[in-house]
Ligand binder design. Structure first.
Ligand SMILES: *Cc1c(COP(=O)(O)O)cnc(C)c1O
Length: 418
C-alpha cells in the first residue's frame, strides 16, 4: 500500500506527491491522507520522529530539530493558567531544542527538501520569503546541495544569517519592494523551464512539517489541547494545526474534540484579522511599523477550500489583533519568566493569549498549547559564530526587466543556460 495519497479538499481527486493544484478545485488546498491512521513515533532524530505523517520515505539526518513541548510554570503562574504548555521551536540546548535557524520554518524546509530529493528534482528551487523561510530553506539546501534561488525583500535581508560557510548552492537576490513583490517575481521565475516552485501554503510537505507542532504537543501531553495559540502571517501554521488535529482525532487515543484555533496578527498590518472580522486593519504603508513584518502577507489563503477560514470555522476559532505595545510587554514577560529569548513574531502569540485570558476566551483550567514559533536566536549566537548570506545582486520590483535580470544573475551564479 502507498504511504499516502494527496487529495483535493474540494473535489476529492487524487494527485501525485508534489502536486500543488487540482484542475477542478480552483485554489482549493490538496491534503495528504496517510494510510497509517495511528501515529507511532519512530526512533529517528528530530522531526523524522513523526515520519508516519510526513509525505516522505527517507530523512535528512543533519540539523533537523523538532518542536519541544513542555509545561509552563513561570509564565503560566503570572496569569493563573493551570495547564499551559509551550510548544517551543528554536534553539535551546538546555531543553534539547535544536532548530538551527531558530524558527518553525525548519519544520517546513526539511520535509520539502526531502520530498524534492525523493522526486529526483534537479531544477532550481525558488523560494520567496520575508526572511525566516529563506533562512530555513538556505540551511536545508546547504546540507542537501539542492540549488536554491532566494527572492527576498531588501529590508528583510538582515534575517539571512547562517551558521554555515558560503554556500555554492544558494543564490540570493534582494528585491526593492515588499514581500508581495518578492512573491510575484519569484512566481514568474518559478513558472519557467529549469525552475521549480516550492508552493508555499499549497505544499503538503510544508504543512505536514508544521503539523508536527501539534503532534509533538499531543504526544507529550497525552491528549489534544483545548486551545492552540499561534501568530500568523499566511496562516499556514494554523491550517496545519487543524489538519494535525483531525488526524489525531481519527487516531482515537487523543480525544475527539478539535482544539480551538486562536490566531494572532499584528496591527497595523493584519489582513487575516481584517477578513475574519470584516474590518480594515491594513494601513497603506504596510509592512512598515510592524512589530515583526514576517507576519505580513498581503494575500493569505483565507477563503480557499481547506484554508484559514475553514480551519477557524471547523474549530470555533478566532483571530486577535495585537498592538506593538502588547507584543513588546508580552515578550519581556515571557522571556523573564521562561528564561529564553523569543522571536518578536512569537511574542504576538503570547499577547494573543493574554488577550484571551483577559477576555475570558480561555479558562484557568483549560489545556492550552502556545506555539512559540521562533526563539533562542540570542542563545544560539552564544554558541555559534554566524555570518550574513551575501546577496548575488539586487533588483527593483518597479523595473520592468526585473525578471530577466534575475535570470541573468542565476545563469551566472550556477553557470547554466536557462
Ligand atoms: C512564518 C512565521 C510565522 C507565521 O507563520 P504562518 O505561515 O502564518 O503560519 C510566525 N512566527 C514566525 C517566527 C515565523 O517565521
Amino acid at each position: 500500500m502507498e504511504k499516502y495519497v494527496v487529495r483535493c479538499s474540494k473535489c476529492g481527486e487524487v494527485h501525485g506527491p508534489h502536486s500543488l493544484n487540482c484542475k477542478n478545485g480552483d485554489d482549493a488546498l490538496l491534503r495528504t491522507e496517510y494510510s497509517s491512521k495511528q501515529l507511532h513515533p519512530a526512533d529517528l532524530p528530530g522531526i523524522w520522529r513523526y515520519q508516519d505523517w510526513l509525505p516522505v520515505n527517507g530523512i535528512i539526518e543533519e540539523g533537523s530539530g523538532r518542536t519541544i513541548t513542555y509545561k509552563s510554570q513561570g509564565f503560566a503562574e503570572e496569569y493563573g493558567l493551570e495547564d499551559l504548555w509551550i510548544a517551543f521551536n528554536g534553539y535551546w540546548p538546555e531543553r534539547d531544542a535544536g532548530m538551527m535557524t531558530c524558527t518553525f520554518k525548519d519544520l517546513e524546509s526539511f520535509p520539502t527538501m526531502q520530498l524534492i530529493r525523493e522526486l529526483n528534482e534537479e531544477r532550481i528551487m525558488v523560494v520567496a520569503s520575508a526572511g525566516n523561510t529563506a533562512r530555513a530553506f538556505s540551511h536545508a539546501c546547504t546540507i542537501t546541495g539542492q540549488p536554491l534561488l532566494l527572492v527576498v525583500p531588501e529590508n528583510s535581508a538582515h534575517r539571512l544569517w547562517t551558521t554555515h560557510e558560503q554556500n555554492p548552492s544558494v543564490c540570493l537576490v534582494t528585491v526593492e519592494g515588499d514581500y508581495f513583490d518578492a512573491i510575484s517575481l519569484a512566481g514568474k521565475i518559478a513558472s519557467r523551464d529549469g525552475f521549480v516552485n516550492e508552493g508555499g501554503a499549497k505544499n503538503v510537505a510544508r504543512r505536514d512539517g508544521m503539523a508536527t507542532v501539534m503532534l509533538d504537543a499531543a504526544l507529550t501531553m497525552g491528549t489534544l489541547p483545548d486551545h492552540y495559540f499561534q501568530a500568523v502571517g499566511s496562516g499556514t501554521g494554523g491550517i496545519s494545526a487543524w489538519e494535525a488535529s483531525m488526524r489525531l482525532a481519527e487516531d482515537g487515543r487523543f480525544g475527539s474534540k478539535l482544539p480551538v484555533l486562536h490566531l494572532g496578527q499584528n496591527i497595523p498590518c493584519a489582513p487575516l484579522y481584517s477578513l475574519w472580522s470584516d474590518s480594515d486593519v491594513v494601513s497603506d504603508s504596510c509592512p512598515e511599523g510592524m512589530y515583526d513584518d514576517v507576519l505580513f502577507n498581503r494575500k493569505p489563503p483565507y477563503s480557499v477550500k481547506g484554508g484559514v477560514k475553514d480551519a477557524l470555522d471547523a474549530t470555533g476559532g478566532m483571530m486577535y489583533a495585537v498592538s506593538n505595545d502588547e507584543a513588546s510587554a508580552s515578550q519581556s514577560l515571557f522571556e523573564k519568566t521562561e528564561g529564553i529569548d523569543i522571536n518578536p513574531a512569537a511574542a504576538v502569540a503570547v499577547a494573543a493569549l493574554v488577550q484571551a485570558v483577559e477576555g475570558g476566551n480561555v479558562l484557568p483550567e483549560d489545556r492550552i498549547v502556545l506555539n512559540i514559533t521562533g526563539g533562542g536566536q540570542k542563545r544560539l549566537m552564544q554558541d555559534y559564530p554566524v555570518r550574513q548570506i551575501e546577496p548575488s545582486a539586487g533588483v527593483s520590483a518597479k523595473d520592468p526587466n526585473a525578471e530577466d535580470e534575475i535570470l541573468n544573475i542565476v545563469e551566472g551564479f550556477f553557470g547554466v543556460r536557462i
